[in-house]
Design a protein around this ligand. Structure first.
Ligand SMILES: [Zn+2]
Length: 82
C-alpha cells in the first residue's frame, strides 16, 4: 500500500503542521483513510484524529474530520444502513 508522506513544519505554537497546503489528491486520500479508520475500524473521531497524526503526520480538527466523514459512503456504510 502506498503511503502519502507529508512534510511537516513546526508552527509558532510548537505543533506540527503540513509544510504546504495539501493537494486535492492528498486531501481525498486523507478523507478516505479517515473514513476507513472510523467506518472500517470503528474508531471514534478522536481516535481517528490521533491515528491520522501518528500514522500519516496529518493534523486535522475534530470538526473537519466529522465533516469529511459525512462526505463518503462505502459498501460498509450501506450495510449499516440496512
Ligand atoms: Zn463506510
Amino acid at each position: 500500500m502506498n503511503t502519502t508522506v507529508i512534510e511537516l513544519v513546526r508552527g509558532k505554537d510548537s505543533k506540527l503542521y503540513p509544510a504546504r497546503p495539501l493537494s486535492r489528491a492528498e486531501r481525498n486520500e486523507i478523507r478516505w483513510r479517515t473514513h476507513e479508520l472510523v467506518c472500517g475500524r470503528s474508531l471514534s473521531v478522536r481516535q481517528a484524529q490521533r491515528a491520522l497524526a501518528e500514522r500519516y503526520g496529518v493534523r486535522r480538527s475534530v470538526g473537519t474530520i466529522a465533516r469529511d466523514l459525512r462526505m463518503f459512503e462505502c459498501s460498509r456504510c450501506e450495510d449499516k444502513a440496512l
